[in-house]
Design a protein around this ligand. Sequence first.
Ligand SMILES: Nc1ncnc2c1ncn2[C@@H]1O[C@H](COP(=O)(O)OP(=O)(O)OC[C@H]2O[C@@H]([n+]3cccc(C(=O)O)c3)[C@H](O)[C@@H]2O)[C@@H](O)[C@H]1O
Ligand SMILES: Nc1ncnc2c1ncn2[C@@H]1O[C@H](COP(=O)(O)OP(=O)(O)OP(=O)(O)O)[C@@H](O)[C@H]1O
Ligand SMILES: NC(=O)CC[C@H](N)C(=O)O
Length: 730
Amino acid sequence: MRLLKVATCNLNQWAMDFDCNVKNIKESIASAKAAGAVIRLGPELEITGYGCEDHFLELDTVSHAWECLKDILLGGWTDGILCSIGMPIIKGSERYNCQVLCLNGKIIMIRPKMWLANDGNYRELRWFTAWKQKDLLMDFQLPIEISVALSQKSVPFGYGYIQFLDTAVAAEVCEELFTPIPPHTELALNGVEVFMNASGSHHQLRKLDLRLRAFIGATHTRGGVYMYSNHQGCDGGRLYYDGCSCVVVNGDVVAQGSQFSLTDVEVVVAQVDLDAVASLRGSISSFQEQASCKTIVPSVAVPYTLCQSFNLQMFLSSPLKIKYHSPEEEIAFGPGCWLWDYLRRSGASGFLLPLSGGADSSSVAAIVGCMCQLVVKEIANGDEQVKADAIRIGNYANGEFPTDSKEFAKRVFYTVYMGSENSSEATKMRAKALADEIGAWHLDVSIDGVVSALLSLFQTLTGKRPRYKVDGGSNAENLGLQNIQARIRMVLAFMLASLLPWVHNKAGFYLVLGSSNVDEGLRGYLTKYDCSSADINPIGSISKQDLRAFLKWAASHLGYLSLAEIEAAPPTAELEPIRSNYSQLDEVDMGMTYEELSVYGRLRKIFRCGPVSMFKNLCFKWGSNLTPSEVAEKVKHFFKYYSINRHKMTVLTPSYHAESYSPEDNRFDLRQFLYNARWPYQFSKIDQLVHDLNGDKIALGELSEQKKAADYGDGMGIVAAHSGDPSAGI
Ligand SMILES: Nc1ncnc2c1ncn2[C@@H]1O[C@H](COP(=O)(O)OP(=O)(O)OC[C@H]2O[C@@H]([n+]3cccc(C(=O)O)c3)[C@H](O)[C@@H]2O)[C@@H](O)[C@H]1O
Ligand SMILES: Nc1ncnc2c1ncn2[C@@H]1O[C@H](COP(=O)(O)OP(=O)(O)OP(=O)(O)O)[C@@H](O)[C@H]1O
Ligand SMILES: NC(=O)CC[C@H](N)C(=O)O
């Protein structure tokens, strides 16, 4: 037997905070050593943080990373343990995203990333060059200060592996695993038994399965130990890196770290027998045949052993049942942890939420409640960092700290219901009931006085007073009157967030939380700079469908029972007067259902459909219920409003990124914001297709009743917990 103890980790790094990052790296190495591990893997670009973005272009960032690495190496941290540490490195005139492999105070190899992540949220090609010299390791002269400090002049740089006396180990960096020809295939044929994947991978609902399938696939038929390390937390942007560090042996997960956690450093250890890898490889004839004619990958020989021989002090890690969170849990915990990082790092004293008693703002309130529950739980588990942050933010004194989530919420969470003459008693009561259940400091104010003051000012200026549509007003008057309410709420929210702490003798400010969901953004069913224009928004890329499922789940699992009633109520903006024969409803106003919006959103973004191909796809999808001309009307209606309102995406509140169909304009869904909203060329093509189809419906026999229900019904909502959408990318 060749027994090997390995450690990987989830680290909560913060882009550009070198002190925080080095502290976490050292702590993870110390825990790995304490557990007896001889390999320690950390996440991609862990010294700088993954999300430095254009800071990678600054030479300072690269030189600070070297300084930190020098500190780690001179501090004896790498004595007796192979450490893979991620940082940017400039070689000649190019900058590479590298794994620096260190042992006993020396750098033994530098492995630059060969296939960069450059789609969706990723723009690595903007900052790094991909390493392309695959057939040789080059000699890299270390920067002079490092060279002097380490008494080491140069190091092998490039693609290759490390040949120890008893095994071979190689790095495969994040995206490389997900390429059509991943490096581990030929590395395995070259005898590499341990793969170290350092990653910077963000959370997306239902994505974990895609990752795990890749680790399992990499080692199931070709054998190997696959180590995965990831960041965990908000490192300064819209993404939440969701940990899940793990170790997989020959296709079995034998150690799995958390996906969502408030802990800064989590080390995951596994004890494996490398003879199990050799044995599997030896039993597969095709593996042997391909290995015998492999392309030779360069290697660095290190005369050092990593393994122990058979002994009973070291038991073997056995296969685990993989833990997946349901999408509802993902919505609670991902944004909940992201909010905590944002709060503790922003210097704010809490959150303020305009709480309408509707589904969206109530979801945000529940997520903040979940955050408070997580904080109390983590403190009870003994996390000193969470405790120190909570004491500071919650303003505790005399050795007190949070032990009850409602008590903690009262200190860090204000909710405010801002009613107008158009608000109903029902939403007002729901808002109050929910705030009480969470423990928030709740306020209830009427904004009618401010609205009428503004209208009087307008009347003095123009001599006219607008009327609602139900009272005989025009569309423009109706919209104007609605938007005054929405925008006054925004002004009031920011005023309260900055002044309420002062009223309560607390220092600092509160962050205003926004609550528009992804579908409203896509359709533009929100007022520009309304109450949803906030500092940050935890649900901005989550669909209404998923939020409703979340509310049902949260009612029982977070213990906020009033959410069940909130979920059951029809969504309404309550911006127009309620009359016996009229009450404003979202889906009527929008001219489409939230379910349909989810379908349009996915087709537009994930399947990259323009109007014509969306029409064709929907003819198949909905064709048994709708004629082509009905489908055409729906598609045109959607594209008209999408394009009229696209400008609103440019000022969207920064939101947690949770969905691959997010329309977020600033970083993710890059499109113009001035359109010809009549789409004359595309719409006339659709008209021609409708004409050619001559009113045909899709042949009914071709669709089973079950499929029809799934496609037109709730088939686009929350699906099985871990059925990742392969087309969504990883
Ligand atoms: N192409 C373009 N490029 C840049 N900016 C453009 C623009 N077209 C209009 N604009 C600007 O945008 C303004 C129109 O947008 P906006 O002010 O949003 O106004 P608008 O879209 O006309 O109205 C807001 C809609 O959101 C609905 N709503 C639903 C639910 C909740 C809430 C809420 O607020 O709580 C609101 C409300 O019922 C109404 O139908 C124009 O007055 C103009 O200033
Ligand atoms: N009466 C209100 N008091 C406080 N905030 C409000 C009020 N009405 C609306 N808002 C704020 O404006 C946002 C947008 O309103 P909108 O009606 O779209 O959402 P909602 O009421 O939370 O949910 P739903 O869309 O399910 O009705 C809300 O999420 C909320 O933050
Ligand atoms: N940092 C990366 O290479 C990201 C890879 C991949 N797109 C992921 O999300 O996991």
